[in-house]
Design a protein around this ligand. Sequence first.
Ligand code: ADP
Ligand code: ASP
Ligand code: MG
Length: 827
Amino acid sequence: MSSPAAHAQPLKTVAHKFGGTSVADATRYRHVADLLLAREEDQQITVVSAMKGVTDALIDLAGRAAGNLEDWRERWHELRARHRGAAVALLGEHSGPTVEWLDAQFDMLAEVLQALSVIGELPREVLERVQGLGEVYSARLLGDHLRSRGEDCAVLDAREVLVVDRNDLGVDVDWELSAQRLRQWRAANPARRVVVTGFVARDRGNRITTLGRNGSDYSGAIFAALFDAVELHIWTDVDGVLSADPRVVPEAVQLESLSYDEACELAYFGAKVVHPQTMSPAIERGLPIIIRNTFQPDHPGTRITARRDTSGPVKGLTLSPDLAVLNLEGTGLIGVPGTAERVFAALRDARVSVVMISQGSSEHSICCVVKSADAVRGRAALLTAFAHELSIAQIQRVQLTDGVSVLAAVGDGMAGMPGVAARLFESLGRARVNILAIAQGSSERNISVAIASSDATKALRAAHAGFWLSPQTFAVGVIGPGNVGRALLEQLRAAQPQLLAKANVDLRLRAIASSRRMLLAERSIEGDWKVPFEQASQALDLDRFTEHLLASHLPHTVIVDCSASPAVADRYAQWLAAGIHVVTPNKQAGAGPLARYQAITEAAAASGARFRYEATVGAGLPVINTLRDLVDTGDVVTSIEGIFSGTLAWLFNKFDGSVPFSELVAQARAMGYTEPDPREDLSGTDVARKLVILAREIGRTLSLEEVQVESLVPEGLRQASVEDFMARLGQVDAVFAKRLSDARASGNVLRYVGRLHEGGASVGLVELPADHAFARLRLTDNIVQFNTRRYCANPLIVQGPGAGPEVTAAGVFADLLRVAAGQGARL
Ligand code: ADP
Ligand code: ASP
Ligand code: MG
């Protein structure tokens, strides 16, 4: 009992509520008791839930018994064993009376279940009685444990004092009657610590009832009020209220404080962490509610008070699942007063509660979101109520769309702040989430959108990132870990921390595939990918690969194709149509069959997904982006010329007659400047491909076959093996020597140039004046010269190293970041 000194001032009473997550087993009860005993409070009121999972188990038992499923007995045994076990573990040698009491309780339960199996149905009243028993057992366990530790503690069965009225809107407390009963109880039980059953109560007809699922939070607030507590601490298994459900958005952040209004909105719209009615007894008394973590008792948790903090426009986001949209549509609704009233009256009479309402100002339709379980009943009610209007076609239809969730963004700071809705819709639009209905209350504290449940996870994550509550997250899959792919993976890994810290972008590498195998990671492939990839046993299956990337429900997905495979390019259109962005240095799509290219660009245009391939021309040099800017700003490109092959650039930069041409090819090959088969470079096909890509970029429908190509590989050596080809290449030396001396005689140099002009496209060896821009290149530099209407007197030139895995990978990476920026990342 309190000391005499404490009587001089009002008693400091603090209420606590422990959820099922805090009392899963004996160890946890002991932990809860430790926590309570460590607190210095004059009066301590502790409301407890049933042990984790027990309420579900009781509901299941009642259903099984009523459905006459024989195995209810087995489950009843299991449940009793779980409680007995907890009692023995908690109380040891003192557990006898508690176990006896439990046995008697379970015998009574068995009688009820037996009766249910006889009558073969489950009356609401009986379910109410049965489902609340877990709290009765739980309070006794905790109370007996505290007593066994020598504490002055009484157990209050809320069914003895708490009187409520259950109605459509929830549960109303009869404060006067409850307070009176509590006074009586307290007179007989003056203990300093009181353990109270959560969830359960009695109705005015003296029948046992409950406060609804998750209702122990509400019990906590009710008893905090009845005992006149100064604070209510709701202890659970997370650090407080988070900005979103952490099971869906692992990056959700803890909120330091919330206003009562914000907490109500979050709770009503599905944030399971606190029951929506909890706040009402607290609001009237200004009672602070603190949501905190049983497992981190030092964490301050989330403080819910009357104070409004309008700093962030959106504090939190929630999802309410299992809903449906009812849509009443008809020209006869326009300008007719009272239609909405009739809709709601019909739904009310059918006992269908409306979660959300939305009506466009054209009044052509009224749409409401209702619980899935009520949807068919709701539709039938509307069909009946509007039967006359339907028969004369004033109303065209009453549509029902099932499988709907409502996503709500909540925050006091939204009021009067423009752009919040825009940000929400933009995030959802970019993640390709279709919105079925929208509602914003005039309090402006909540914007709700109805969406398909299949989009719900993705939508929540996208919106969470959209409000900068978590990073913009991309599921990334890389195909083809060859030279470029490897370099990219390395660059990606090195840049990730900085991207996350500075730009709030999370490029999550979730899959790597080669032509043989693939590695799929649950969350992301971090650190060294090579070893796990070498060990990966899954064979390549691009369908699986794609499914895996999409299955993460991350807001955005990007596939980076670093292969040179036409089979992979065949997938692009399908990926883009599904909203997957494609980034690639693979020239197959850009230069391959026109029909495929068109299908790809059409799919991208239709879905809004991006197709980026800067590194297909000039590696990391900004060739395609420069060209795009020219075209997009309305310039007209008249010709494009350039040296597009690092290999051929190097060969002709070096070729001064001192070393035979074939010898230079051998040197280039030895230094890795050529493909393993140098004919791939010398044939000019690769250059021709790049011209095709550029031509298509400026709107021409050029195909590879239409490019005139001068191959540097003599006819007779085209079929030979690589070794044979290298050995016999000397036979062209004389021809090349002659071309060089002819050029020199006119003061010119030799260069292998690609040209795209009005007349067509050609690739070949040409003579250029010694002061030409193409004559002064270094090493393997590429150069591209754009002649346009604006750049006519002097062309626009892009020049620099145009080959090598590092710079090519950097070009790919830059594209990836451009895609991210296009989706709202602040890069
Ligand atoms: P208790 O048994 O303590 O009442 P609940 O399971 O009812 O616990 O509620 C806590 C759980 O609510 C957390 O474990 C978390 O997964 C979930 N949750 C959903 N939305 C939120 C949110 N916005 N903030 C915190 N937790 C949330
Ligand atoms: N045990 C009840 C439920 O699971 C009440 C609660 O824990 O809040 O719904
Ligand atoms: Mg709960």
